[in-house]
Write a protein that binds this ligand. Structure first.
Ligand code: HEC
Length: 151
């Protein structure tokens, strides 16, 4: 197992802090200059696809380098989830992030991603696949709670 990476530890605690202190109502102090859609397409979708892809037998990570690559995807997803919880720069993105449900699904996604990250750091393939199977839930729940047509 890899030793504790200080950068990763910092990132994880940053993500937790952002999620814990994300406003349910009121002003966000920092809004990333990225729309929710850009964040989805540019970060959340590619990172989660990479994590789901390990379920294919030929993608099972075996070497240290392959595990490192999967670990990086989980870290990217965690960082993107943290950014998502703050909202985005799109016209209605700020309002979105103030919904209680937005925060709930963001937190759920962060927790699942942390489970994936832990399994990957433990180099536990089965546990990583199990955890990544749950990842689809917050995606679907949030997309049905905040459909495009309603905004
Ligand atoms: C907290 C809410 C939330 C969660 C969780 C969430 N999304 Fe999204 N997603 C949105 C919203 C809102 C949009 C629409 C953004 C827009 O078009 O303005 C969106 C759009 C998208 C799009 C773009 C669809 C298009 O119009 O082309 C993709 C791809 C996507 N999400 C993937 C994911 C995946 C994969 C996950 C889970 C790993 C996920 N999302 C989790 C809120 C969420």
């Amino acid at each position: 197992m890899a030793g504790k990476n200080p950068v990763v530890t910092i990132l994880t605690s940053l993500a937790l802090t952002a999620i814990a202190s994300a406003p349910v109502s009121g002003e966000t102090s920092v809004t990333p200059p990225v729309t929710i859609k850009e964040l989805m397409v540019g970060a959340i979708e590619p990172a989660s696809n990479a994590l789901w892809a390990i379920a294919l037998e030929e993608n099972e990570p075996k070497t240290a380098e392959q595990w490192k690559a999967v670990e990086h995807e989980a870290i990217q997803l965690l960082a993107a989830t943290s950014a998502m919880s703050l909202g985005g720069s799109g016209p209605s993105d700020k309002k979105l992030a103030q919904h209680e449900k937005w925060q709930e699904y963001s937190r759920q996604m962060a927790e699942i991603t942390m489970d994936i990250l832990k399994a990957v750091r433990d180099r536990n393939y089965e546990a990583a696949m199990d955890a990544s199977n749950f990842l689809i839930e917050p995606c679907g729940a949030c997309h049905s709670a905040f459909p495009m047509e309603s905004r």
